[in-house]
Ligand binder design. Structure first.
Ligand code: DGT
Ligand code: MG
Length: 373
């Protein structure tokens, strides 16, 4: 009998917040290809097609076995004609020629390179590409290119920041920030969010949520924390965004918009000796240094918004997008990192824990480890 006949039948929802997605991806061969397609569409500002490939990748990540024929995938949601065509190619030839063509494309390669610099988004990358820049050195040397301070820091630490952050490094940074926060206030609360809270072993940055039960003191706490890091000599860069939070604003509809809480985008210096188990440098990266630079984000919501912000910053991005879409389309509710608005009752729904938000939405609670959509 065919192997697939023994597999349990799973009915997958078209919403990532109704699927269980662990860090174990059995369909990387497809999802890696879809990520290239999505990125390429993102560079061309084709948001619809970009999202279609991200959604399809997210669905395949939640299938707990490798999809071996398209027949079995026909009942998977969110797979359109184009995504299926790419899968078909991979199933038949082991690779997708459409994806390979993109990977060889000059414009794609340059935009990918330029956007790998912290502070350089697709728009700037596109401008540099149109201006004929080819390498990172071109961007540094071109007299027509004016770098802002974020981009300057991005170039300065490009090698380190491009290298994945390990869980041990994330935990070491958590310890440093925690000690610094407690040195300012005994009531300070610091929790790891983002990919590491979802159980990922590697990430591109480390995300933290900082708060305090002392009302209205969270932003001062964040500023003092950054100041403490500066005095310790480990602050390599800080871009601080003051709070613009207004309690009366309704939740935003777009996921892409950042939240209004005070936050700092940092680059910190992490010493090798601070990392449990030591640091293994990849071959050829022994430059005599005993430290590396790491990107760290810290968001500081008021305590009564803690659950919403924790849920919003834990991700994944696709999980968040679908959580908001589910709330809007299925429940007539608006959700973002600040709160949950019930359009029928015309009121904000309170939440102390993430579980309360899932319950308001009529969703089964999913542990962070199952939100890797
Ligand atoms: P990575 O790449 O290993 O760091 O993976 P993540 O999942 O930690 O991704 P990251 O650090 O970009 O973002 C963590 C969460 O923070 C993300 O799932 C949602 C939130 N977040 C980050 N950027 C934005 C944004 O532009 N808008 C909104 N609404 N949320 C964001
Ligand atoms: Mg992250």
């Amino acid at each position: 009998p065919e192997a697939s006949t023994h597999l349990p039948v799973v009915v997958l929802s078209r919403y990532a917040c109704q699927r269980r997605t662990s860090t174990e991806n059995h369909n990387e061969i497809f999802t890696d290809a879809f990520e290239v397609m999505a990125e390429s569409y993102e560079f061309s500002q084709c948001d619809g097609q970009c999202l279609a490939f991200r959604r399809a990748a997210s669905v395949l990540k939640s299938v707990p076995w490798p999809v071996e024929r398209l027949g079995a995938a026909t009942r998977l949601p969110c797979l359109g004609e184009h995504t299926r065509a790419v899968m078909e190619e991979i199933l038949q030839c082991g690779r997708s020629f459409e994806v390979e063509k993109i990977l060889c494309n000059d414009r794609y390669q340059r935009l990918k390179l330029f956007t790998s610099v912290f502070g350089v988004g697709p728009k700037t990358a596109e401008k540099w590409h149109r201006g004929g820049l080819r390498t990172l050195n071109d961007a540094l040397e071109d007299p027509g290119v004016e770098l802002n301070s974020m981009q300057k820091a991005g170039f300065r630490h490009h090698g380190d920041i491009s290298r994945a952050v390990s869980r041990a490094e994330a935990l070491a940074l958590g310890e440093i920030l925690h000690q610094a926060a407690l040195g300012i206030s005994a009531h300070a609360v610091l929790v790891l969010t983002g990919g590491f809270r979802r159980g990922k072993e590697f990430g591109h940055d480390v995300d933290f949520l900082l708060s305090t039960p002392e009302q209205g003191k969270e932003e001062t706490l964040l500023l003092s924390l950054v100041d403490s890091l500066r005095r310790q000599g480990i602050l390599l860069y800080c871009d601080h965004h003051p709070s613009t939070f207004d309690i009366n604003n309704l939740p935003g509809v777009s996921f892409e918009a950042m939240d209004h809480f005070a936050k700092s985008f940092l680059i910190l210096r992490l010493e090798d000796r601070q990392v449990e188990g030591g640091v293994q440098r990849p071959e050829g990266q022994h430059d005599g240094r005993s430290w590396r630079a790491v990107r760290v984000d810290v968001v500081a919501p008021p305590m009564e918004r803690y659950a919403f912000t924790l849920l919003g910053w834990t991700g994944s991005r696709q999980f968040e997008r679908d959580l908001r879409r589910f709330a809007r389309k299925e429940k007539r509710m608006l959700l973002d990192n600040h709160g949950l608005w019930d359009k029928t009752k015309k009121e904000f729904l309170p939440a102390e824990r993430e579980e309360d938000i899932f319950a308001h939405l009529g969703l089964e609670y999913l542990e962070p480890q199952l939100r890797n959509a």
